[in-house]
Ligand binder design. Structure first.
Ligand code: NAD
Ligand code: FE2
Length: 388
């Protein structure tokens, strides 16, 4: 007999156009009386935050709004959110936005319940108590944060992105409403879509992948192969937006249970130091890291290639893996993803001065230990240079 395996998911997941309109009934069912609405400022301006607040009010809840969420949320903004939550005496948190708003809301809820210092929770399984219930409404497709036991918070003093992993971070309800992603501009669609694909590939080839995480990973890869470029080409393609919203959810279900790997390990330091959007920094690394990792899981990478539709039964595992790397390079080219060195945020001198620290931070995050080939610090430095 093999060892028992576990799958952790949000207890309630609702998917489909209009799902976000159910927020009031779920808030009431959870017994909420005072909600903290953690919202990306974009959705304050476009009116969605107001409509969500109205639905919560109509369900009988008082609503306090915190809209101080920035991309790659920081410990500073999380603390401001906790202060708003405490002042409102909120007993329920509702997050509306991309991975940044959802991650901030997760951390606000658990920090409110467990107290400072925030950075003591970095790493795995370090949160003693659950926070207030969280209803997550994603607007990018996306990080899959609505389904994961992960939050990523920037440590402003250390200039690192802290990966915090604990079952108390899993949202109580995920309301996945594909319509909300239709307003994403093309670049954002591309970047978050490659993030989604990276979650699924890294989860499928992970050293701790299981038969419970694999189906989510493969579904995600299949959906990305069919819908990412369609959504990127035609923002109003509703079928493609729905496909990518489901892909993002499945990618989150996969990696939350099987981990991400070396791409994410290396991507977070780029985000922390240079403020490159998360999906974009994954995209620039994905081909090189895949090439590096192929030999560690040739059979699994071949399944990825076949599921993505870039290799067929006529290709053996090695050929399928090579075709996968070429396809990922080609995808970046078509989506306009530049090389690391061509990103406007990345200054060459600063890169040279920080690449050793970035490689060490990548290793310290723990994600590279899940990769099919576990790299040394020197190999990570070489991979950063290869992506340059
Ligand atoms: N917790 C997890 O499981 C997990 C997984 C992957 C990534 N992350 C983290 O999530 C963050 C990235 O999240 P993201 O990629 O979803 O982007 P984001 O939430 O940072 O948003 C990026 C930008 O897009 C805008 N935006 C969001 N939705 C939009 C929409 N529908 N239309 C127009 N504009 C919109 C936002 O206002 C923001 O300016 C990073 O900090 C990353 O580390 C977390
Ligand atoms: Fe990611």
């Amino acid at each position: 007999m093999s060892d028992p395996i576990t799958l952790l998911l949000p207890p309630t997941i609702v998917v489909g156009d209009g799902a976000s309109a159910q927020v009031g009934e779920h808030a009431r069912r959870l017994g909420g009386r005072r909600a903290l609405l953690v919202v990306d400022p974009f959705f304050v301006a476009n009116g969605l935050a107001g409509r969500i607040a109205e639905r919560l009010a109509a369900a009988g809840l008082d609503v306090a709004t915190f809209d101080g969420v920035e991309p790659d949320p920081t410990d500073v903004s999380v603390r401001a959110g906790v202060a708003t939550m405490a002042a409102a005496d909120a007993d329920l948190v509702v997050a509306v936005g991309g991975g940044s708003a959802i991650d901030a809301a997760k951390m606000i809820a658990v920090l409110h319940a467990n107290g400072e210092p925030l950075d003591q929770y970095q790493g795995y399984h370090r949160i003693p108590r659950s926070g207030a219930p969280l209803i997550a409404i994603p607007t990018t497709a996306g990080t899959g944060s609505e389904a994961t036991q992960v939050t990523v918070i920037t440590n402003t003093a250390a200039q690192t992105k802290m990966m915090i992993f604990d079952r108390h971070l899993i949202p109580t309800v995920a309301l996945v409403d594909p319509e909300l992603s239709a307003s994403m501009p093309a670049d954002l669609t591309a970047h978050v879509g490659v993030d989604t694909l990276t979650h699924a590939i890294e989860a499928y080839v992970s050293r701790i992948a299981t038969p419970l995480s694999d189906p989510f990973a493969l579904s995600c890869i299949d959906l990305v192969g069919r819908y990412l470029e369609r959504a990127w080409n035609a923002p109003d393609d509703r079928e493609a937006r729905s496909g990518m919203a489901l892909a993002a959810l499945h990618g989150g279900c996969a990696f939350s249970n099987a981990s991400v790997g070396l791409v994410h390990g290396m991507s977070r330091p780029i985000g922390a130091v240079f403020h490159v959007p998360h999906g974009l920094s994954n995209a620039v690394l994905l081909p090189a890291v895949t090439r590096f990792s192929l030999d560690g899981a040739a059979d699994r990478y071949a399944v990825v290639a076949r599921t993505l539709g870039v290799a067929g039964p006529e290709h053996d595992d090695r050929a399928a893996g090579d075709r996968l790397v070429a396809a990922l390079d080609g995808l970046n080219e078509r989506l306009g993803v530049p090389r690391l060195g061509a990103l406007p945020q990345v200054d060459e001198a600063r890169f040279a001065a920080t690449v050793d620290k970035m490689a060490q931070d990548a290793l310290d995050s723990g994600s590279p230990a899940r990769n099919p080939v576990v790299p040394t610090q020197a190999q990570i430095v070489a991979l950063y240079r290869e992506a340059w």
